[in-house]
Design a binder for this molecule. Structure first.
Ligand code: GDP
Ligand code: ZN
Length: 468
């Protein structure tokens, strides 16, 4: 992959804003910019120092396109490691396009998606997992996933892997050295130390692999299913939680046939709500498809909110309790919150009666009473939801793996390390052990980018937006 040419793209979001930044990177970035820039003090950009800002105009022949600020970053001290020029112009899309077109005519090429970051990686400015964190950061829409991406970008997780890889590499060389002396019975690699290293690596790999479950959920939002019979107030509750009129509320039972997904952020963690049709027995075909969907959604959800209407619960209590029992049997490990809605319609005695019934079924702790319509109890419900989040790892600022590609490589690396460990215990010949170690090193390298190929790079950087 040879990247010598000069690329250009808008670095700020497309559309109109107060200012926009157009970024050029490559060998010709400064001469190309100089060609279209008239400095207020008639300075030549080629002769100016790195990390300086200059006021002037972008001109196309005699025509002045815009007044701009030009920032210079000379290689290697730039984002890409190449010469970089950033032109801050006025925000109209018309001006942006005029300037970009002009730069293209002067010899720059339109950057492809993620190409600035790709160059940064290829020039050793960041490793692969950091580059991927840039993509995650661009896409993160809640504080927790932003925090993880920032940490990864600072290199927390790849540093750890790179260090272990180096130690392992060291042992690999010693063991391979032993092969050259196979006639004599020598051991350059201290087996006790080696065993200790393998255990340490196994521990780190397992922790990172486990973190993926937390990381994945935080990155994508925690799925919460809101389940209940038609008309119990699922859509109203969803609206109350989201504080908007997004879901459809109606008085006709069974209206919410399709599922609606929406996200709410509680204390920096995203929750995705899935409003589903109820699970009432029915002969209506459309609705029984809905019921099937409900079970599927419950399966996917991390938390289930099971809604009941207060007055109906008082009436049909025992039936409902057996329904709850059924769900608990079907999903024994899933956190279930029983939500009794329309509390406002319940008399004092009715409320007591329901509470007694719940406590005799040992369900009082999993139950909340709300009135979704008046938003009563909705805050408590939010707190309850947040209590199901495993935020320990976040609070301790531990490394969290969010990337499927890293996760796959970590799993494979662990498998190889376990093979090596087993080989060590069963006195496997050094040459066979060396093969497994090499394989483990390969997977470690996949994560940090010491081992790459064009296809892998293509896949990763294609997910970026252009200009990054
Ligand atoms: P869904 O079918 O479960 O989504 O139920 P909806 O959210 O569409 O609500 C059905 C009806 O119950 C609507 O007329 C709501 O206004 C009403 N409703 C929802 N929550 C409450 C509540 O807390 N108290 C009262 N009195 N009515 C409610
Ligand atoms: Zn609804």
């Amino acid at each position: 992959m040879i990247l010598q040419d000069t690329i250009v793209a808008l670095a700020t979001p497309s559309g109109a804003g107060a200012v926009a930044i157009i970024r050029l990177s490559g060998n010709e970035a400064i001469p190309i910019a100089n060609d279209v820039f008239r400095s207020v003090r008639s300075k030549d950009l080629n002769r100016l120092k790195t990390h300086t800002i200059h006021l002037g105009h972008i001109v196309d022949g005699d025509k002045v396109l815009d007044q701009v600020l030009v920032s210079l970053f000379k290689n290697p001290n730039s984002y890409t490691g190449e010469d970089v020029v950033e032109i801050s112009c006025h925000g109209s899309t018309f001006i942006q396009q005029q300037i970009i077109q002009l730069l293209l005519r002067k010899g720059a090429r339109m950057a492809t998606a993620g190409e600035f970051t790709l160059r940064s990686f290829l020039n050793g400015k960041m490793d692969l997992s950091q580059a991927e964190a840039v993509a995650d950061l661009i896409n993160s829409d809640n504080e927790a996933s932003h925090q993880i991406a920032m940490q990864q970008m600072r290199g927390g997780f790849s540093n750890e892997i790179a260090k272990l890889r180096e130690e392992l590499l060291n042992f690999a060389s010693l063991i391979e050295l032993e092969l050259d002396f196979s006639e004599e019975d020598v051991e350059f690699a201290d087996r006790t130390q080696f065993k200790e290293l393998l255990n340490r690596i196994e521990f780190v790999l397992k922790r990172l692999i486990d973190s993926f479950a937390v990381g994945n959920v935080i990155k994508n939002g925690i799925p919460v299913a809101i389940v209940g019979e038609p008309n119990v107030g699922k859509s109203t509750l969803l609206n109350a939680l989201l504080n908007e009129e997004r879901a459809i509320v109606s008085d006709i039972a069974g209206t919410t046939r399709d599922t609606i997904e929406d996200e709410l952020v509680i204390n920096g963690v995203g929750f995705r709500f899935i409003d589903t049709a109820g699970i009432r027995e029915t002969k209506d075909v459309v609705e029984s498809i809905g019921i099937q969907k409900t079970f599927e959604k419950m399966e996917q959800a991390q938390v289930v909110l099971y809604l009941f209407e207060g007055t109906k619960f008082q009436e049909l209590g025992y039936e409902y309790l057996s329904e709850i029992e059924k769900i608990k049997n079907r999903f024994p490990l899933k956190p279930l919150v029983i939500v009794i809605n329309k509390m406002d319609l319940l008399s004092e005695t009715a409320l007591e009666e329901i509470k007694q019934r719940l406590s005799s079924a040992d369900l009082q702790l999993s139950t909340l009473f709300i009135a979704a319509k008046n938003k009563a109890g909705v805050e408590e419900l939010k707190e309850r939801l947040y209590s199901f989040v495993n935020t320990g790892a976040l609070r301790n600022n531990e490394t969290i793996v969010t990337n499927t590609r890293h996760y796959d490589s970590l799993l494979k690396a662990l498998e190889e390390i376990q093979k090596v460990n087993y080989g060590l215990q069963s006195n496997l010949p050094a040459d066979l052990m060396a093969i497994d170690i090499r394989q483990a090193l390969y997977y470690f390298g996949e994560i940090t980018g010491q081992v790459t190929n064009d296809e892998l790079l293509g896949n990763i950087f294609a997910n970026f937006c252009i200009g990054k």
